[in-house]
Design a protein around this ligand. Structure first.
Ligand code: 13P
Length: 335
């Protein structure tokens, strides 16, 4: 087993998943201001530190994706954030893309940037303790999108990113997110997501990526948020498995879904059904941002010193998702 493969497996072992706490300062500011907390470096750290020192970290959260600011922040004089995560047996990770920008010659689509200078930044992150990374490509579904141009160029960037990350002995999370926004049907989502993922693997293989040392972070298959033909969780699970079975090479050890705008319960329920129906050899777990943090953030905003109350809420969500990653969740457990 390669070192990268064992890192990927450790992150996703025994129903563990990933906490995506890598919101950029701009996104974190939006989240904090939506609950009337001012977005200072101290407050951003305080919320994250509260989650990272929760009891469920060591049993449920195999890895945490950090943002550049957070990975460099100190918890105390002699402890930084990656050291805190290591002490609770959770592997520190880092978002390394610099965001999605307008794609020249297809101005309504995006290309994710961040390849320039990436090798040097990766070396620095490794020294700071990171052992895995994230890069997110985004795609819209409309009649004409995602275009071949967007599919190809984002796949190419994901592959170049992955090659540099593996060169630095870290596990790349490959995240092609087909957005939920729009009126498209679940069938459109299935077709487009399959095309996007297949192209990603074509490029990853061309760039000689060790597929046993990556984690794929896709969206589930669902109808667009503006569609009037919503599908139920059973159908989400069925189509998601069909999509991944047909587009992901069998060497890939694990898949960790993004929550992408689902409610907390939806994200847990869908993951649970995917695992109940899973006919593949892939570990199917979670890499949730909003679906792990939303309720905890809301509670915390009312009293940012209520560490225990905030942690109880986070612990519950982490536990529910870890059960779902093993197909052992049920609605009754939510009470
Ligand atoms: P959500 O789970 O909130 O979609 O965030 C996951 C993520 O990392 C998106 O890049």
């Amino acid at each position: 087993m390669s070192e990268l493969n064992s890192i990927a497996l450790k992150i996703l072992s025994d129903g563990k998943g990933i906490l995506a706490a890598d919101e950029s300062t701009a996104t974190m500011t939006k989240r904090l201001e939506s609950v009337s907390v001012s977005s200072t470096p101290e407050n951003r750290l305080l919320f994250r530190k509260t989650l990272f020192s929760s009891k469920s970290m060591s049993s449920c959260i195999g890895g945490v994706i950090l943002y550049d600011e957070t990975i460099k922040q100190k918890i105390s004089n002699n402890k930084n954030v990656p050291e805190l995560l290591n002490s609770v047996n959770s592997i520190p990770g880092i978002k390394v893309d610099t965001g999605a920008k307008v794609l020249a010659n297809s101005l309504n689509e995006k290309i994710t940037e961040g390849l320039d200078g990436l090798r040097d930044r990766l070396k620095e992150y490794y020294k700071l303790g990171a052992r895995f990374t994230k890069w997110r490509g985004v795609y819209n579904i409309t009649k004409e999108y995602p275009s071949k141009l967007a599919i190809h160029s984002n796949a190419h960037s994901l592959a170049r990113y992955s090659a540099l990350v593996q060169e630095c002995n870290m596990v790349p999370i490959v995240e092609p997110e087909v957005l939920m926004d729009g009126k498209h049907s679940a069938q459109d989502c299935l077709l487009k997501t399959s095309e996007v993922i297949k192209k990603c693997f074509e490029e990853l293989i061309l760039h000689k990526i060790d597929l046993t040392g990556i984690i794929l972070k896709p969206n589930m298959i669902w109808a667009g948020s503006g569609s009037d033909k919503k599908i139920d969780s059973n159908e989400v699970a069925k189509l998601t498995i069909e999509c991944l079975k047909n587009s992901v090479p069998s060497e890939v050890p694990g898949i960790a879904f993004l929550s992408g705008g689902q409610s907390e319960i939806e994200a847990t329920q869908n993951l649970n059904l995917i695992n109940k129906e899973n006919t593949t050899n892939f570990i199917m777990s979670y890499s949730y941002g909003r679906a792990l943090q939303q309720s905890a953030l809301k509670h915390w905003s009312k009293n940012i010193n209520d560490v225990e109350g905030t942690q109880n809420i986070f612990n519950h969500r982490a536990k529910m998702n870890t059960l779902a990653a093993q197909g052992k969740w049920s609605k009754e457990l939510e009470n």
